[in-house]
Design a protein around this ligand. Structure first.
Ligand code: NAP
Length: 249
C-alpha cells in the first residue's frame, strides 16, 4: 500500500495524540509526507515524527493553535513552503467541554466551536487556494456521530460537529470543478484521552448499544480516513463516512 500516497503531502491537525496520531501514521505508511500539527504537546508530536522517520517516512512537527486565523494560516504556509504543495488536509483537532445547557458557560460553547468548527473552516480556507492551483486536493474533516444524532450534554460539541458536516458539503460543491474533494468521517466511540474519563457504567451501556459490540479503534478511523485520501475515493465528495460499528444507524 506504500505507493498509494507516494509523493503526496498531508497535513493532519491535532496529530500529537489519539485519532490524529493514528491518521498521521496511516497516511505515512501509505507513502505520504506528513505535517504533524499539535497545540501543546511538543514531545508527543516529536516522538511521532521520529517514529515515522524511523519507518522510512517523512514528517515534520508544527506547533499551531488552529482555532486562530494566524495559527491556521501559519500551519498551511509552513507545509507549502517546506514541501511546495499540499495534497491532503485532515481537519482532526478537536475538544469537548460537556455539560447540560443550563450549566454550560458561554466560554465552553465558544471554546468547542472554535477548536472544532472554526479551525476546520480556517485550515480549509488556507489550503484550498494551493490545492485548486494544482487541480488536486483531498480535504477530510473529522466530525462525529454526535453531529448526526445529537448527544445530551454536548450541545456545543454536537453543534460544532453538525456544522462540520454542512461545511463539508458546501465546500465540496465549491471546489469540485478543480478536482478537490471534501469529505467527512464520523466516528462513534473510540478510546482516546477525549473519552477516557467517561464513567464506566456509561461506557458499558454504550457497548451494549453498538451492533458490532465494541468501541472503535484508532486504526478503524485512520483506515477510513486514509481511504478517502487515495485515488480509490476519487469519485466520492460531500460524503459523510460513518465509522461507528452501526451505533447511529
Ligand atoms: P484527543 O486524544 O483529545 O486529541 C486531540 C488532539 O487535538 C491533540 O493532538 C491536541 O493537541 C489537538 N488539539 C486540540 N486543540 C487544538 C488546537 N486548538 N490546535 C491544534 N491542535 C489542537 O482527541 P481524539 O479523541 O483523538 O479526537 C480527534 C478528533 O476525533 C476530534 O475532532 C474529535 O472530536 C473526533 N472524534 C473523536 C471520537 C472519540 O471517541 N475519541 C469520536 C468522534 C469524533 P495537543 O496534544 O498539543 O494538546
Amino acid at each position: 500500500m506504500a505507493e498509494q500516497l507516494q509523493d503526496k503531502i498531508a497535513v493532519v491537525t491535532g496529530a500529537s495524540r489519539g485519532i490524529g496520531r493514528g491518521i498521521a501514521l496511516e497516511l505515512a505508511s501509505r507513502g505520504a509526507a506528513v505535517v504533524v500539527n499539535y497545540q501543546k504537546n511538543a514531545d508527543a508530536a516529536n516522538t511521532l515524527v521520529s517514529e515515522i522517520e524511523g519507518a522510512g517516512g517523512k514528517a515534520l512537527a508544527v506547533q499551531a493553535d488552529v482555532s486562530t486565523e494566524e495559527g491556521a494560516n501559519a500551519l498551511i504556509k509552513t507545509a507549502v513552503d517546506t514541501y511546495g504543495k499540499i495534497d491532503i488536509l485532515v481537519n482532526n483537532a478537536g475538544t469537548t467541554r460537556d455539560n447540560v445547557i443550563m450549566l454550560m458557560g458561554v466560554e465552553d460553547f465558544d471554546a468547542v466551536i472554535n477548536t472544532n468548527l472554526r479551525s476546520t473552516w480556517l485550515c480549509s480556507k488556507a489550503a484550498v487556494r494551493a490545492m485548486m492551483r494544482k487541480r488536486y486536493g483531498r480535504i477530510i474533516n473529522i466530525t462525529s456521530i454526535s453531529g448526526i444524532v445529537g448527544n445530551g450534554g454536548q450541545t456545543n460539541y454536537s453543534a460544532s460537529k453538525a456544522g462540520i458536516i454542512g461545511l463539508t458539503k458546501a465546500l465540496a460543491r465549491e471546489v469540485s470543478s478543480r478536482n478537490v474533494t471534501v469529505n467527512a468521517v464520523a466516528p462513534g466511540f473510540v478510546l482516546t484521552d477525549l473519552t477516557a474519563n467517561l464513567p464506566e457504567d456509561i461506557a458499558k451501556k454504550l457497548n451494549e448499544n453498538i451492533p458490532l459490540g465494541r468501541w472503535g479503534s484508532i486504526e478503524d478511523v485512520a483506515k477510513a480516513t486514509a481511504f478517502l485520501a487515495t485515488d480509490d475515493a476519487s469519485y466520492i465528495t460531500g460524503h459523510v463516512l460513518v465509522v461507528d460499528g452501526g451505533l447511529a444507524m
